[in-house]
Design a binder for this molecule. Structure first.
Ligand code: C2E
Ligand code: MG
Ligand code: MG
Ligand code: MG
Length: 272
């Protein structure tokens, strides 16, 4: 009887799995083509100073369009890229493109720190550090102008290995941020040991900041924790002046969100 139950579960699982695989196929195909024909775009969203609202940094966000020119969100294609391993090539493309842009801003005299999202498989790839080193020498960008954003859940997945890799990234001169903080299963013991510079408060806590007392208290606690660990704090997903004023009372260092700017091509960064 239990064997039958188990069999059912397997049938159910593989059915789901199959459906998922099928829905991935067109996206996987699209990713391969985009890599081959250089169809990805990199957009940039400003991070502004919490006090004077001047632009202090930007986050690189990858963009992909389908054949009708409709935008396919990274929330959809990045997981497919992770699953298929294509994220390695995509990640390398983002680094190559991003480093060049950061170098160009620096040459123009714009004081911009560029944040680049790193996915799990990319972070754990044996060639990750080698490729970064290669691109540093090729572009001559100052690594202090590059901040690597790594999600909390990725770091906690294998925390000891994460620390080992992060230490090497710090030694290379990069700044490190924990992305989507508060949504992974953080351990404060590890947070203390991670050699990071910045905490990004997840937008899930920012969304209802004006009305939700629990979110207010969570954000207060996260910001205070970060400040006491000497970390810089970024709040992401800030859309309203009400959210902004709450964050200002906590002295959050940097604000990122549609209130100030939407992700767009590099040329538009200073226009909003
Ligand atoms: P993330 O790194 O947490 O990026 C922030 C996301 O919030 C971006 O979504 C951004 O467009 C969006 N956002 C910014 N301000 C606001 C706001 O005020 N309101 C709302 N509702 N959303 C806001 P996007 O560009 O769709 O990216 C989604 C996720 O995809 C990113 O989350 C990141 O995890 C991943 N991603 C994007 N680009 C890359 C990349 O180049 N490499 C990797 N590995 N992942 C990427
Ligand atoms: Mg990010
Ligand atoms: Mg984030
Ligand atoms: Mg996020």
């Amino acid at each position: 009887n239990s064997a039958k139950l188990k069999g059912d579960n397997i049938a159910q699982y593989s059915e789901q799995h199959h459906a998922q695989e099928q829905s991935w196929l067109p996206i996987e195909e699209k990713i391969r083509k985009a890599l081959e024909w250089d169809q990805f775009e990199l957009h940039y969203q400003a991070k502004v100073d919490g006090q004077d609202h001047s632009i202090k940094g930007a986050e690189a966000l990858i963009r992909l369009k389908d054949e009708n020119g409709n935008h396919i969100s990274p929330g959809r294609f990045i997981p497919v890229a992770e699953q298929t391993g294509l994220i390695i090539k995509i990640g390398q493309w983002v680094i190559e493109k991003g480093f060049r842009q950061a170098k160009a801003w620096d040459d123009q005299g714009d004081k911009i720190k560029l944040a680049i999202n790193i996915s799990a498989r990319q972070f754990q790839d044996r060639n990750f550090l080698i490729h970064l080193q290669q691109q540093l020498s090729e572009t001559q960008v100052n690594p202090a102008l590059i901040e690597l954003e790594i999600t909390e859940s990725l770091l906690m997945d294998n925390a000891e290995q994460s620390i080992f890799i992060m230490k090497q990234l710090k030694a290379m001169g990069f700044a490190l941020a924990i992305d989507d903080f508060g949504t992974g299963y953080s351990s404060l013991a590890y947070l203390k040991r991670f050699p990071i510079d910045t905490l990004k408060v997840d937008q899930a806590f920012v969304r209802n900041l004006e009305t939700d007392k629990d979110d207010q208290n969570i954000v207060r606690a996260i910001v205070s924790l970060g400040q006491h660990l000497n970390l810089e704090i970024v709040a992401e997903g800030v859309e309203t002046s009400g959210q902004l004023s709450f964050l200002n009372t906590l002295n959050v260092n940097y604000i990122q969100g549609f209130l100030f700017s939407k992700p767009d091509v590099a040329e538009k960064l200073f226009e909003s």
